[in-house]
Design a protein around this ligand. Structure first.
Ligand SMILES: Cc1cc2nc3c(=O)[nH]c(=O)nc-3n(C[C@H](O)[C@H](O)[C@H](O)COP(=O)(O)OP(=O)(O)OC[C@H]3O[C@@H](n4cnc5c(N)ncnc54)[C@H](O)[C@@H]3O)c2cc1C
Length: 398
Protein backbone atom coordinates (compact mmCIF):
# COMPACT_ATOMS: atom_id res chain seq x y z
CA UNK A 1 0.00 0.00 0.00
CA UNK A 2 1.23 3.50 -0.86
CA UNK A 3 1.06 5.82 2.19
CA UNK A 4 1.91 9.03 0.32
CA UNK A 5 -0.86 11.58 0.90
CA UNK A 6 -2.14 13.02 -2.38
CA UNK A 7 -3.44 16.57 -2.80
CA UNK A 8 -6.99 15.20 -2.86
CA UNK A 9 -6.47 13.37 0.41
CA UNK A 10 -4.89 16.40 2.04
CA UNK A 11 -7.93 18.43 0.92
CA UNK A 12 -10.15 15.80 2.49
CA UNK A 13 -8.23 16.14 5.79
CA UNK A 14 -8.52 19.93 5.72
CA UNK A 15 -12.24 19.74 4.90
CA UNK A 16 -12.82 17.47 7.90
CA UNK A 17 -10.63 19.61 10.19
CA UNK A 18 -12.51 22.75 9.22
CA UNK A 19 -15.82 21.00 9.76
CA UNK A 20 -14.77 19.74 13.19
CA UNK A 21 -13.61 23.20 14.24
CA UNK A 22 -16.97 24.58 13.23
CA UNK A 23 -19.18 21.81 14.61
CA UNK A 24 -17.64 20.20 17.70
CA UNK A 25 -19.61 21.01 20.87
CA UNK A 26 -18.77 24.39 22.43
CA UNK A 27 -15.47 24.41 24.31
CA UNK A 28 -14.53 20.91 23.11
CA UNK A 29 -11.35 21.92 21.28
CA UNK A 30 -10.29 23.99 24.29
CA UNK A 31 -10.39 20.87 26.47
CA UNK A 32 -13.87 21.16 27.98
CA UNK A 33 -14.90 17.56 27.20
CA UNK A 34 -17.07 16.75 30.20
CA UNK A 35 -20.14 14.72 29.15
CA UNK A 36 -23.45 15.18 31.01
CA UNK A 37 -23.72 12.73 33.93
CA UNK A 38 -27.47 12.27 33.98
CA UNK A 39 -28.68 9.45 31.70
CA UNK A 40 -31.24 11.45 29.66
CA UNK A 41 -28.96 14.45 29.18
CA UNK A 42 -26.05 12.17 28.26
CA UNK A 43 -28.18 10.39 25.69
CA UNK A 44 -29.50 13.66 24.27
CA UNK A 45 -26.02 15.19 24.02
CA UNK A 46 -24.60 12.21 22.15
CA UNK A 47 -27.65 11.77 19.88
CA UNK A 48 -27.34 15.45 18.94
CA UNK A 49 -23.66 14.97 18.16
CA UNK A 50 -24.48 11.94 16.01
CA UNK A 51 -27.09 13.95 14.14
CA UNK A 52 -24.60 16.79 13.60
CA UNK A 53 -22.18 14.27 12.11
CA UNK A 54 -24.95 12.96 9.88
CA UNK A 55 -25.94 16.39 8.62
CA UNK A 56 -22.33 17.14 7.79
CA UNK A 57 -22.04 13.81 5.92
CA UNK A 58 -19.50 12.47 8.42
CA UNK A 59 -21.10 9.28 9.74
CA UNK A 60 -20.23 5.89 8.24
CA UNK A 61 -18.06 7.41 5.52
CA UNK A 62 -17.00 3.98 4.23
CA UNK A 63 -20.60 2.93 3.51
CA UNK A 64 -21.86 3.13 -0.08
CA UNK A 65 -23.28 6.53 -1.08
CA UNK A 66 -26.56 4.79 -1.81
CA UNK A 67 -26.98 4.14 1.91
CA UNK A 68 -25.84 7.55 3.15
CA UNK A 69 -22.08 6.95 3.25
CA UNK A 70 -19.37 8.58 1.12
CA UNK A 71 -17.81 5.53 -0.57
CA UNK A 72 -14.66 6.66 1.24
CA UNK A 73 -11.34 5.27 0.05
CA UNK A 74 -9.01 3.45 2.39
CA UNK A 75 -6.82 6.52 2.84
CA UNK A 76 -9.85 8.69 3.55
CA UNK A 77 -10.98 6.23 6.19
CA UNK A 78 -7.56 6.31 7.80
CA UNK A 79 -7.47 10.12 7.75
CA UNK A 80 -10.98 10.20 9.22
CA UNK A 81 -9.96 8.01 12.18
CA UNK A 82 -6.78 10.02 12.73
CA UNK A 83 -8.64 13.32 12.83
CA UNK A 84 -11.42 12.07 15.11
CA UNK A 85 -8.85 10.72 17.57
CA UNK A 86 -6.77 13.93 17.32
CA UNK A 87 -9.66 16.07 18.60
CA UNK A 88 -10.90 13.30 20.95
CA UNK A 89 -14.34 13.66 19.34
CA UNK A 90 -17.31 12.69 21.54
CA UNK A 91 -18.06 8.95 21.52
CA UNK A 92 -20.61 7.52 19.09
CA UNK A 93 -23.74 6.67 21.06
CA UNK A 94 -24.80 4.56 18.09
CA UNK A 95 -21.47 2.77 17.77
CA UNK A 96 -23.24 -0.59 17.47
CA UNK A 97 -25.68 0.77 14.88
CA UNK A 98 -22.99 2.37 12.72
CA UNK A 99 -20.21 -0.21 12.96
CA UNK A 100 -22.15 -3.42 13.34
CA UNK A 101 -25.90 -3.43 12.64
CA UNK A 102 -25.88 -1.03 9.64
CA UNK A 103 -23.21 -2.92 7.64
CA UNK A 104 -24.91 -6.25 8.49
CA UNK A 105 -28.29 -4.98 7.26
CA UNK A 106 -26.70 -3.62 4.08
CA UNK A 107 -25.25 -7.10 3.52
CA UNK A 108 -28.12 -9.31 4.71
CA UNK A 109 -31.25 -7.22 5.33
CA UNK A 110 -34.38 -7.03 3.17
CA UNK A 111 -35.08 -3.84 1.18
CA UNK A 112 -37.84 -2.98 3.68
CA UNK A 113 -35.45 -3.34 6.61
CA UNK A 114 -32.87 -1.12 4.91
CA UNK A 115 -35.58 1.42 4.20
CA UNK A 116 -36.84 1.31 7.77
CA UNK A 117 -33.60 1.32 9.78
CA UNK A 118 -30.55 2.58 7.88
CA UNK A 119 -31.26 6.30 7.93
CA UNK A 120 -32.36 6.24 11.58
CA UNK A 121 -29.09 4.48 12.45
CA UNK A 122 -27.11 7.23 10.74
CA UNK A 123 -28.98 10.12 12.33
CA UNK A 124 -28.96 8.61 15.83
CA UNK A 125 -32.74 8.67 15.93
CA UNK A 126 -32.54 4.96 16.67
CA UNK A 127 -29.77 3.76 18.98
CA UNK A 128 -28.92 0.06 18.87
CA UNK A 129 -27.48 -2.56 21.18
CA UNK A 130 -26.32 -6.14 20.64
CA UNK A 131 -28.04 -8.98 22.51
CA UNK A 132 -25.72 -11.94 22.06
CA UNK A 133 -24.22 -12.89 25.44
CA UNK A 134 -26.18 -14.72 28.11
CA UNK A 135 -25.20 -16.24 31.44
CA UNK A 136 -23.38 -19.45 30.30
CA UNK A 137 -23.26 -18.34 26.66
CA UNK A 138 -20.45 -15.91 25.93
CA UNK A 139 -17.53 -17.47 24.06
CA UNK A 140 -19.77 -20.48 23.49
CA UNK A 141 -22.50 -18.39 21.89
CA UNK A 142 -24.30 -21.38 20.42
CA UNK A 143 -25.31 -22.29 24.01
CA UNK A 144 -27.89 -19.45 24.13
CA UNK A 145 -31.16 -20.34 25.83
CA UNK A 146 -33.36 -17.26 25.20
CA UNK A 147 -36.25 -18.55 23.15
CA UNK A 148 -38.58 -17.16 20.51
CA UNK A 149 -41.81 -19.08 19.91
CA UNK A 150 -44.12 -18.40 16.97
CA UNK A 151 -47.60 -17.08 17.80
CA UNK A 152 -49.46 -16.33 14.55
CA UNK A 153 -47.55 -13.56 12.79
CA UNK A 154 -45.66 -12.74 15.99
CA UNK A 155 -42.84 -14.26 17.99
CA UNK A 156 -42.87 -14.35 21.81
CA UNK A 157 -39.43 -13.99 23.36
CA UNK A 158 -38.30 -15.04 26.84
CA UNK A 159 -34.88 -15.24 28.48
CA UNK A 160 -31.97 -13.18 29.75
CA UNK A 161 -29.11 -11.35 28.07
CA UNK A 162 -26.06 -9.95 29.83
CA UNK A 163 -23.23 -7.42 29.23
CA UNK A 164 -25.48 -5.54 26.79
CA UNK A 165 -23.53 -2.33 26.04
CA UNK A 166 -25.76 0.74 25.51
CA UNK A 167 -28.82 -1.41 26.40
CA UNK A 168 -30.10 1.31 28.77
CA UNK A 169 -30.04 3.89 25.94
CA UNK A 170 -31.05 1.68 23.02
CA UNK A 171 -34.26 1.69 20.99
CA UNK A 172 -33.52 -1.58 19.19
CA UNK A 173 -31.48 -4.67 19.85
CA UNK A 174 -29.83 -6.98 17.32
CA UNK A 175 -30.76 -10.06 19.28
CA UNK A 176 -30.20 -13.80 18.96
CA UNK A 177 -32.84 -16.22 20.19
CA UNK A 178 -33.32 -19.97 19.88
CA UNK A 179 -36.23 -20.80 17.60
CA UNK A 180 -35.69 -24.55 17.41
CA UNK A 181 -34.42 -27.19 19.83
CA UNK A 182 -34.60 -30.02 17.30
CA UNK A 183 -31.40 -29.37 15.37
CA UNK A 184 -28.51 -31.83 15.71
CA UNK A 185 -25.96 -29.02 15.75
CA UNK A 186 -26.45 -26.38 18.44
CA UNK A 187 -25.59 -23.44 16.18
CA UNK A 188 -28.60 -24.37 14.04
CA UNK A 189 -32.02 -23.30 15.27
CA UNK A 190 -30.93 -19.74 16.19
CA UNK A 191 -32.60 -16.67 14.64
CA UNK A 192 -31.50 -13.00 14.51
CA UNK A 193 -34.18 -10.45 15.53
CA UNK A 194 -34.29 -6.65 15.33
CA UNK A 195 -36.05 -6.32 18.67
CA UNK A 196 -37.92 -3.19 19.75
CA UNK A 197 -36.51 -2.30 23.20
CA UNK A 198 -39.32 0.16 23.96
CA UNK A 199 -41.92 -2.41 25.02
CA UNK A 200 -43.09 -3.71 28.37
CA UNK A 201 -41.62 -7.21 27.81
CA UNK A 202 -38.05 -5.80 27.86
CA UNK A 203 -36.41 -4.73 31.12
CA UNK A 204 -32.81 -3.46 31.44
CA UNK A 205 -30.83 -3.42 34.68
CA UNK A 206 -27.49 -1.60 34.67
CA UNK A 207 -24.25 -3.32 35.74
CA UNK A 208 -21.67 -1.14 37.49
CA UNK A 209 -18.13 -1.58 36.15
CA UNK A 210 -14.99 -1.44 38.26
CA UNK A 211 -14.27 2.13 37.09
CA UNK A 212 -17.70 3.21 38.41
CA UNK A 213 -19.29 3.62 34.98
CA UNK A 214 -22.52 1.93 33.89
CA UNK A 215 -22.18 1.17 30.22
CA UNK A 216 -23.65 -2.26 30.07
CA UNK A 217 -26.70 -4.07 31.36
CA UNK A 218 -28.62 -7.22 32.05
CA UNK A 219 -31.65 -7.44 29.76
CA UNK A 220 -34.69 -9.52 30.74
CA UNK A 221 -37.19 -10.68 28.12
CA UNK A 222 -40.62 -11.59 29.47
CA UNK A 223 -43.08 -12.34 26.67
CA UNK A 224 -41.43 -9.66 24.53
CA UNK A 225 -42.85 -9.45 21.01
CA UNK A 226 -41.15 -9.42 17.60
CA UNK A 227 -42.60 -9.78 14.09
CA UNK A 228 -41.53 -11.69 10.99
CA UNK A 229 -40.48 -8.40 9.42
CA UNK A 230 -37.98 -8.04 12.29
CA UNK A 231 -36.05 -11.21 11.41
CA UNK A 232 -32.74 -10.90 9.54
CA UNK A 233 -31.94 -13.82 7.22
CA UNK A 234 -33.92 -17.04 7.59
CA UNK A 235 -35.62 -18.50 10.65
CA UNK A 236 -33.25 -20.99 12.39
CA UNK A 237 -30.34 -19.77 10.22
CA UNK A 238 -29.24 -16.76 12.27
CA UNK A 239 -25.72 -18.10 12.87
CA UNK A 240 -24.49 -16.89 9.48
CA UNK A 241 -25.91 -13.40 10.13
CA UNK A 242 -24.44 -13.43 13.65
CA UNK A 243 -20.94 -14.13 12.24
CA UNK A 244 -21.31 -11.32 9.67
CA UNK A 245 -22.07 -8.83 12.45
CA UNK A 246 -19.24 -10.11 14.63
CA UNK A 247 -16.66 -9.68 11.85
CA UNK A 248 -17.77 -6.06 11.48
CA UNK A 249 -17.49 -5.70 15.27
CA UNK A 250 -13.89 -6.91 15.29
CA UNK A 251 -12.92 -4.69 12.36
CA UNK A 252 -14.46 -1.73 14.25
CA UNK A 253 -12.46 -2.57 17.37
CA UNK A 254 -9.34 -2.80 15.19
CA UNK A 255 -9.79 0.89 14.38
CA UNK A 256 -8.87 1.55 18.03
CA UNK A 257 -5.31 1.35 16.57
CA UNK A 258 -5.57 5.09 16.03
CA UNK A 259 -6.38 5.64 19.69
CA UNK A 260 -3.41 3.46 20.54
CA UNK A 261 -1.20 5.63 18.33
CA UNK A 262 -2.38 8.73 20.17
CA UNK A 263 -1.88 7.07 23.54
CA UNK A 264 1.67 6.22 22.57
CA UNK A 265 2.36 9.89 21.77
CA UNK A 266 0.68 10.97 25.04
CA UNK A 267 2.87 8.49 26.91
CA UNK A 268 6.02 10.04 25.42
CA UNK A 269 4.83 13.52 26.41
CA UNK A 270 4.09 12.33 29.93
CA UNK A 271 7.53 10.71 30.24
CA UNK A 272 9.14 13.99 29.18
CA UNK A 273 7.33 15.94 31.88
CA UNK A 274 7.12 13.45 34.75
CA UNK A 275 10.30 13.60 36.88
CA UNK A 276 11.80 11.00 39.21
CA UNK A 277 14.86 12.04 41.29
CA UNK A 278 14.77 15.30 39.40
CA UNK A 279 15.23 13.60 36.04
CA UNK A 280 12.53 13.27 33.36
CA UNK A 281 11.31 9.69 33.12
CA UNK A 282 12.27 9.64 29.48
CA UNK A 283 15.97 9.64 30.50
CA UNK A 284 15.55 6.32 32.29
CA UNK A 285 17.06 3.56 30.07
CA UNK A 286 14.43 1.00 31.16
CA UNK A 287 11.59 3.38 30.29
CA UNK A 288 13.19 4.20 26.93
CA UNK A 289 13.66 0.55 26.09
CA UNK A 290 10.08 -0.29 26.99
CA UNK A 291 8.81 2.63 24.89
CA UNK A 292 10.87 1.53 21.91
CA UNK A 293 9.28 -1.91 22.26
CA UNK A 294 5.76 -0.40 22.43
CA UNK A 295 6.52 1.77 19.43
CA UNK A 296 7.72 -1.16 17.32
CA UNK A 297 4.72 -3.28 18.27
CA UNK A 298 2.10 -0.57 17.85
CA UNK A 299 3.58 0.47 14.49
CA UNK A 300 3.63 -3.15 13.31
CA UNK A 301 0.03 -3.61 14.46
CA UNK A 302 -1.05 -0.49 12.61
CA UNK A 303 0.55 -1.66 9.36
CA UNK A 304 -1.11 -5.03 9.77
CA UNK A 305 -4.44 -3.26 10.35
CA UNK A 306 -3.95 -1.36 7.06
CA UNK A 307 -3.31 -4.64 5.29
CA UNK A 308 -6.47 -6.19 6.70
CA UNK A 309 -8.49 -3.09 5.90
CA UNK A 310 -7.26 -3.22 2.30
CA UNK A 311 -8.43 -6.83 2.03
CA UNK A 312 -11.79 -5.94 3.59
CA UNK A 313 -12.36 -3.15 1.08
CA UNK A 314 -11.35 -5.39 -1.85
CA UNK A 315 -13.68 -8.19 -0.73
CA UNK A 316 -16.49 -5.87 0.37
CA UNK A 317 -16.67 -7.56 3.79
CA UNK A 318 -14.30 -8.34 6.65
CA UNK A 319 -12.69 -11.75 7.14
CA UNK A 320 -11.31 -13.71 10.11
CA UNK A 321 -8.07 -11.68 10.10
CA UNK A 322 -10.01 -8.93 11.91
CA UNK A 323 -9.32 -11.11 14.99
CA UNK A 324 -5.61 -10.24 14.66
CA UNK A 325 -6.36 -6.51 14.95
CA UNK A 326 -8.78 -7.02 17.82
CA UNK A 327 -6.26 -9.14 19.73
CA UNK A 328 -3.27 -6.86 19.15
CA UNK A 329 -4.98 -3.58 19.94
CA UNK A 330 -6.69 -4.72 23.14
CA UNK A 331 -3.66 -6.53 24.59
CA UNK A 332 -1.25 -3.70 23.75
CA UNK A 333 -3.62 -1.09 25.21
CA UNK A 334 -3.77 -3.04 28.47
CA UNK A 335 -0.01 -3.52 28.65
CA UNK A 336 0.80 0.08 27.83
CA UNK A 337 -1.68 1.52 30.34
CA UNK A 338 -0.35 -0.85 33.05
CA UNK A 339 3.22 0.22 32.32
CA UNK A 340 2.36 3.91 32.53
CA UNK A 341 0.58 3.37 35.84
CA UNK A 342 3.65 1.58 37.21
CA UNK A 343 6.18 4.26 36.21
CA UNK A 344 4.12 6.90 38.01
CA UNK A 345 5.12 5.20 41.28
CA UNK A 346 2.63 5.71 44.12
CA UNK A 347 0.73 8.29 42.04
CA UNK A 348 -0.28 5.45 39.74
CA UNK A 349 -2.67 3.98 42.30
CA UNK A 350 -4.39 7.26 43.17
CA UNK A 351 -7.82 7.80 41.74
CA UNK A 352 -10.03 10.74 40.78
CA UNK A 353 -9.86 13.58 43.34
CA UNK A 354 -6.98 11.93 45.27
CA UNK A 355 -4.70 11.97 42.23
CA UNK A 356 -2.31 14.93 41.77
CA UNK A 357 -2.78 14.88 37.99
CA UNK A 358 -5.84 13.71 36.06
CA UNK A 359 -6.54 10.00 36.01
CA UNK A 360 -6.50 9.52 32.24
CA UNK A 361 -4.16 6.51 32.46
CA UNK A 362 -5.94 5.00 35.45
CA UNK A 363 -9.18 5.26 33.47
CA UNK A 364 -7.55 3.61 30.48
CA UNK A 365 -6.04 0.87 32.59
CA UNK A 366 -9.31 -0.10 34.28
CA UNK A 367 -11.19 0.03 30.96
CA UNK A 368 -8.55 -2.02 29.16
CA UNK A 369 -9.49 -5.31 30.86
CA UNK A 370 -12.98 -5.17 29.38
CA UNK A 371 -11.48 -4.45 25.96
CA UNK A 372 -9.71 -7.82 25.98
CA UNK A 373 -13.07 -9.53 26.69
CA UNK A 374 -15.79 -7.61 24.76
CA UNK A 375 -16.17 -8.68 21.12
CA UNK A 376 -14.67 -12.08 22.07
CA UNK A 377 -11.86 -12.77 24.55
CA UNK A 378 -8.18 -12.85 23.59
CA UNK A 379 -8.13 -16.65 23.93
CA UNK A 380 -11.04 -16.94 21.50
CA UNK A 381 -9.33 -14.55 19.03
CA UNK A 382 -6.20 -16.71 19.21
CA UNK A 383 -8.29 -19.78 18.40
CA UNK A 384 -9.87 -17.98 15.42
CA UNK A 385 -6.47 -16.84 14.14
CA UNK A 386 -5.07 -20.37 14.56
CA UNK A 387 -7.95 -22.15 12.90
CA UNK A 388 -9.34 -19.70 10.35
CA UNK A 389 -6.32 -17.59 9.37
CA UNK A 390 -3.42 -20.05 9.80
CA UNK A 391 -5.41 -23.20 8.99
CA UNK A 392 -4.27 -25.08 12.14
CA UNK A 393 -6.33 -28.00 13.48
CA UNK A 394 -9.40 -27.25 15.60
CA UNK A 395 -9.25 -26.44 19.32
CA UNK A 396 -9.17 -29.82 21.17
CA UNK A 397 -11.88 -28.67 23.59
CA UNK A 398 -14.55 -28.34 20.90
C1 LIG B 1 -16.78 -4.14 27.85
C2 LIG B 1 -17.65 -5.27 27.37
C3 LIG B 1 -18.70 -5.01 26.53
C4 LIG B 1 -19.52 -6.04 26.08
N1 LIG B 1 -20.59 -5.73 25.28
C5 LIG B 1 -21.41 -6.72 24.88
C6 LIG B 1 -22.57 -6.41 24.10
O1 LIG B 1 -22.85 -5.25 23.81
N2 LIG B 1 -23.38 -7.42 23.73
C7 LIG B 1 -23.12 -8.72 24.05
O2 LIG B 1 -23.87 -9.59 23.63
N3 LIG B 1 -22.03 -9.05 24.79
C8 LIG B 1 -21.18 -8.08 25.22
N4 LIG B 1 -20.09 -8.38 26.00
C9 LIG B 1 -19.90 -9.77 26.41
C10 LIG B 1 -18.69 -10.46 25.78
O3 LIG B 1 -18.93 -10.68 24.41
C11 LIG B 1 -18.45 -11.75 26.56
O4 LIG B 1 -18.10 -11.39 27.88
C12 LIG B 1 -17.35 -12.60 25.93
O5 LIG B 1 -17.77 -13.14 24.73
C13 LIG B 1 -16.86 -13.71 26.88
O6 LIG B 1 -17.93 -14.49 27.31
P1 LIG B 1 -18.15 -14.83 28.87
O7 LIG B 1 -18.06 -13.57 29.63
O8 LIG B 1 -19.35 -15.68 28.97
O9 LIG B 1 -16.86 -15.69 29.28
P2 LIG B 1 -16.62 -17.24 28.99
O10 LIG B 1 -16.95 -17.53 27.57
O11 LIG B 1 -17.29 -18.03 30.05
O12 LIG B 1 -15.05 -17.33 29.16
C14 LIG B 1 -14.39 -17.44 30.43
C15 LIG B 1 -12.90 -17.65 30.16
O13 LIG B 1 -12.70 -18.90 29.44
C16 LIG B 1 -11.97 -18.66 28.22
N5 LIG B 1 -12.46 -19.53 27.16
C17 LIG B 1 -13.74 -19.78 26.83
N6 LIG B 1 -13.80 -20.62 25.76
C18 LIG B 1 -12.52 -20.89 25.42
C19 LIG B 1 -11.91 -21.69 24.40
N7 LIG B 1 -12.64 -22.38 23.51
N8 LIG B 1 -10.56 -21.72 24.34
C20 LIG B 1 -9.78 -21.02 25.23
N9 LIG B 1 -10.31 -20.26 26.23
C21 LIG B 1 -11.64 -20.19 26.31
C22 LIG B 1 -12.25 -17.21 27.89
O14 LIG B 1 -11.27 -16.66 27.05
C23 LIG B 1 -12.29 -16.56 29.27
O15 LIG B 1 -10.99 -16.27 29.70
C24 LIG B 1 -19.27 -7.38 26.48
C25 LIG B 1 -18.21 -7.64 27.35
C26 LIG B 1 -17.41 -6.60 27.80
C27 LIG B 1 -16.28 -6.92 28.75
Amino acid sequence: MDFTITKREEDFRQELRAWLEENLPDGWLEGNRELPKEKDKYSEFLRNWQNTLYEGGWTAIAWPKKYGGRDATLMEEIIYHQEMVRVQAPPLVNYIGIHMVGPTLIQNGTEEQKEQYIKKILTGEQVWCQGYSEPNAGSDLAAIQSSAVRDGDRWILNGQKVWTSFGHLADRCFLLARTSHNSEKKHKGITAFLLDMNQSGVETKPIVQMDGRQEFNEVYLTDAVAYDSEIVGDVDEGWRVMIALMLHERTGIGAEMFTLEKQFNDMVEMAKEFRVNDKPLLKDPFVRQKMADFYARSRGSLLNYYRNLTNTLKRGKPGPESSIDKLLVSELTKEMAGFIMSIQGHNGVLWKEDAPVDTYWQDNFLGSFGQTIGGGTSEVQRNTIGERVLGLPKDMGR
